[in-house]
Design a protein around this ligand. Structure first.
Ligand code: ADP
Length: 872
């Protein structure tokens, strides 16, 4: 193959090499191409236009070089190698130092070496040029714009000398000879090296122990970190339509060049629901870096949380952010900072919990100066947009709802966390319990309890089960079905732990009464926090909500991980879900919360009308600042998804099972009864509204409904109430032929809820659950509603052969299913064998879609012949 053909064949890889590395890398390739005269000055100008995406410039460069023929293509490969440092030969200075007859050409011919030589001296050279009248103040300012790195300033200076042609090139050449050679881009300078070591030690210490714990145990992350299913979203515009939208990816590969949805962005976005393990994954990333096992391309890693950033109320510059909020350099601050600015590609910044950042992402304010202070939100947004520290990698974690289409424009790759697989749950339990006998018993218990198994797929639930294993092993977990059951269990555990002598809290003799003041104090604080987007609390705020030492000793409030571990560090709830749990308690038991507030909770998304203010007049929570905040106002200002979690808990607490527990905490049960009936009304009406909003069916077609995000939430709340009668009432009269719940983050817990409610539909339905995470545990949860499904779509849901067996088991008892869509999963011939047996006796099934699974062409042929209903 000739060089040009080879060049063309390598084009997409070359685009990656040129566009996905740093701008510095690209410009240094241009230096070589200019110096070897592959590029003319005009070519150079067309590929170095400021403000253009790097990928556009890279493609333009490849076109130019390809048009110039084979030799130029070869030289481009050589330049790429040189810029990567693979080809270490450097030009001896003596080769260019003697010849000053044509200075402009010489500057260009020796450009790569000259840039290396002057990058740390640009400021001094500019002052000299200014003194001698070679350059104006305005031209100087253009070159020293703060958005440029030192090397870029050096290049701008050489470009200036080239176009100016007023003797400045001659002067420069003479001056450059006197300059000392600066160290290579690796930080040889003592201050930088010391800072690297300090930063590594700090991040290592911060990431050593798993954070969400009650202080009674210190668990090394290394010992308990369990692989969590991580997926990358693929760019469907470039992949074939038959391909999967998501692919599994390993943590160490998240910065690879593949699967970028926007090559010009630097931010890797990690999304996952509350408790899915985002913070822990980030902590593992920090750990792997700090212990030298992965991510060593980064010399500096700066971990931040959005909680921490939110508390910064002064104006901050990049330098303040990195040094004051993360790690302070003991010497040479300016030198270290300049190094970071000059080598952004060696820097990684991570931001955890974007959903907790009270400022919404916007690209309205542009801030490019790393030296000038600005608000912390402007700093973060401009970092994400690449206006600051372009080419430094950023990782941002968030719950899905907080990611706007606007923010996605600046995302290079999108990853999602899907929770533990079956093996993951087992491994997690074994890692948490060194006694194999205990671990065996827990694993057995979880596997034997279908609903619990479904919940444990979410890491935070696995943690709760592991934490409460003694109670579970003693009393069994048959009654554990809902999220609320789990959180009450952990409350029970903490109560026991805090007061081991008071006789404990046995499920059958349960009473919350002795702990009611604590629950109300925590609840008041939690609710106020949700309403004001506050997730960390100062001592003053705790005091104002009435939280005292005894309340703290229960263990639900811990020192904030986002701040230093000093005794004055603010407190936060163990996890945001606990904050919502206590807020739900307060809404039910707080003396000042009127029943009508419940409607506000369930109609949160609707803008309040004037009459609402009249409807919910006087329920108030004392804010830590001393002012009274109405509960209604707090609920209206809270982040909608936190409100939804709170509402789910509230419904769960009002379930028949937990009624006694709550009722005895109130002298009169009337307010509670009213609250319960409001919740029932809101849920039933909410679902009806959903169905009613569907336009009537087109003649000849079934009535079809695409679930809105709220639909899944209402279904989950209904499930938490565990009221069969209510579930039946809510859906039995509804008419829908096709229910589409695609891309809705449906995991096993949601499957259980869907089955609980939908099994009551009167008419058969086509249930479409494509592109979710039903996975190995969810299929089992769906079985109860298989009876009403005439079609079941489970495309791209991580299904394996075992799930086929579970499905087959369900199908044996079901004869109404006509269509089964299982394309793009991980089913093999073995899984289909089980299905074939059912197909022999089941004539109602008309087609089973299995495209995009793991069959060889030979197997596809064989299987198609065995049953024509299989579409492979
Ligand atoms: P998120 O940030 O998504 O809300 P967290 O990372 O805080 O979730 O996870 C909640 C809890 O679940 C953690 O404190 C930890 O106990 C457990 N957990 C999460 N991910 C893992 C993991 N990969 N290995 C072990 N435990 C985990």
């Amino acid at each position: 193959m000739c060089t040009q053909e080879f060049f063309q064949a390598q084009r997409s890889q070359l685009v990656g090499q040129l566009a996905l590395r740093s701008l510095e890398n690209f410009e240094s390739i241009l230096d070589y191409l200019l110096s070897w005269e592959v590029l003319t000055w005009e070519d150079y100008e067309s590929v170095s236009l400021p403000g253009q995406p790097l990928s556009t410039l890279a493609r333009r460069l490849l076109d130019i070089v390809w048009n110039k023929g084979g030799q130029s293509c070869e030289l481009l490969f050589a330049a790429v190698r040189k810029a990567e440092g693979a080809d270490e030969q450097t030009e001896p200075e003596s080769q260019w130092s003697q010849n000053v007859s044509c200075p402009v050409q010489d500057l260009q011919r020796h450009r790569p070496v000259i840039v290396r030589k002057i990058y740390g001296h640009v400021e001094g050279i500019l002052n000299l040029l200014l003194e001698r009248g070679f350059i104006t103040k305005y031209e100087c300012d253009e070159i020293r714009l703060p958005i440029f790195t030192s090397s870029q300033r050096a290049r701008r200076l050489l470009d200036f000398a080239k176009v100016k042609d007023n003797g400045v090139a001659q002067f420069l050449l003479q001056h450059i000879h006197q300059l000392p050679v600066l160290p290579a881009p690796f930080p040889d300078a003592i201050a930088c090296k010391k800072y690297m070591a300090k930063l590594k030690a700090t991040v290592s210490a911060q990431s050593r122990f798993l954070s969400t714990y009650d202080g009674t145990e210190n668990l090394c992350l290394e010992n308990i970190y369990t692989e969590n299913i991580l997926e990358i979203r693929k760019d469907l515009s470039v992949s074939a339509s038959s391909q999967k939208c998501h692919d599994a990816v390993e943590l160490p590969d998240i910065f690879s060049d593949s699967d970028c949805i926007n090559e010009d962005a630097d931010t890797v976005l990690l999304v996952g629901e509350a408790g899915s393990g985002k913070s822990t994954l980030l902590q593992q990333l920090h750990r792997l870096w700090a212990t030298g096992r992965h991510f060593q391309d980064f010399l500096f890693v700066f971990p931040f949380t959005c909680r921490q950033l939110q508390s910064v109320d002064k104006m901050v510059s990049m330098q303040t952010l990195l040094f004051e909020q993360c790690c302070w350099p003991d010497e040479g601050q300016e030198e270290v900072f300049q190094y970071l600015l000059d080598h952004p590609d060696q820097v990684l910044l991570t931001f955890d919990g974007f959903d907790e950042f009270k400022f919404k992402f916007t690209d309205r304010d542009t801030h490019c100066s790393p030296n000038d202070p600005t608000s912390v939100q402007s700093l973060l947004f401009n970092l994400l947009r690449g206006n600051l520290m372009k080419n430094a990698k950023k990782v941002l974690t968030s719950r899905p709802h907080a990611v706007s289409a606007f923010l996605r424009k600046y995302v290079q790759k999108e990853l999602s966390l899907k929770g533990f697989s079956q093996e993951g749950i087992e491994l997690f339990m074994r890692k948490h319990h060194s006694d194999p006998g205990v671990a065996d018993r827990i694993v057995h218990l979880v596997k034997a309890t279908s609903a619990l198994h479904g919940l444990c797929h979410v890491p935070v639930f696995s943690w709760i089960v592991s934490k409460c294993h003694k109670e579970l092993l003693l009393h069994g977990c048959g009654s554990l079905k809902t999220t609320t059951d789990m959180y009450l269990l952990i409350l029970q555990h903490f109560v026991l732990h805090a007061s081991p002598d008071d006789g404990g809290w046995h499920p059958r003799t349960t009473t919350l009464q002795p702990r009611l003041p604590t629950i109300l104090h925590l609840g008041r604080l939690a609710l106020w926090g949700l309403g004001t987007c506050n997730y960390v609390f100062s001592a003053k705020q705790l005091w104002a909500s009435g939280v005292d030492e005894e309340d703290l000793s229960l263990g639900f409030l811990v020192r904030s991980k986002s701040f230093s571990q000093e005794s004055s560090a603010p407190m936060e709830f163990l996890h945001i879900t606990f904050q919502c749990f206590f807020a739900a308690f307060y809404l039910l038991l707080g003396a000042d919360v009127t029943p009508s507030v419940i409607r506000c909770l369930f109609n949160h998304h609707k803008k309040p009308s004037r009459s609402l203010a009249w409807l919910f007049p006087m329920s108030c929570v004392q804010s830590p600042e001393g002012e009274e905040e109405s509960v209604t106002a707090l609920l209206q200002k809270a982040e909608p998804h936190n409100i939804q979690i709170t509402a789910v808990f509230l419904a769960g607490l009002l379930s028949h099972k937990h009624w006694g527990l709550l009722a005895e905490c109130q002298e009169a049960s009337t307010p509670l009864l009213q609250k319960q009936s409001h919740v029932r009304w809101c849920l039933a009406r909410g679902l009806k509204r959903h169905f009613q909003s569907i336009p009537p069916a087109v003649p000849g077609e079934v009535k079809s409904m695409h679930a809105m995000p709220e639909f899944v939430w209402l279904i989950r709340s209904l499930y938490e109430m565990q009221d069969e009668h209510l579930a039946r009432e809510a859906v039995c009269k509804l008419e829908v032929g096709h229910l589409k719940v695609t891309y809705c983050n449906i995991g096993p817990a949601e499957c259980a809820a869907l089955a609980f409610v939908l099994k009551n539909l009167k008419q058969p339905v086509a249930l479409q659950l494509d592109y979710n995470s039903v996975g190995d545990i969810g299929v089992e949860q769906l079985l109860p509603c298989l009876r009403i499904c005439q079609a079941l779509y489970l495309e791209e849901n991580h299904l394996q052969d075992e799930d086929m067996c579970t499905l087959v088991h369900g199908l044996k008892k079901n004869s109404s299913l006509k269509v089964l869509k299982l394309s793009n999963n991980s089913i093999s011939q073995q899984g289909v064998s089980a299905l074939l047996q059912v197909l022999q006796s089941n004539t109602s099934i008309k087609s089973v879609w299995l495209r995009g699974n793991t069959f060889t062409p030979e197997e596809i042929k064989q299987l198609s012949l065995m049953d024509t209903r299989l579409l492979l």
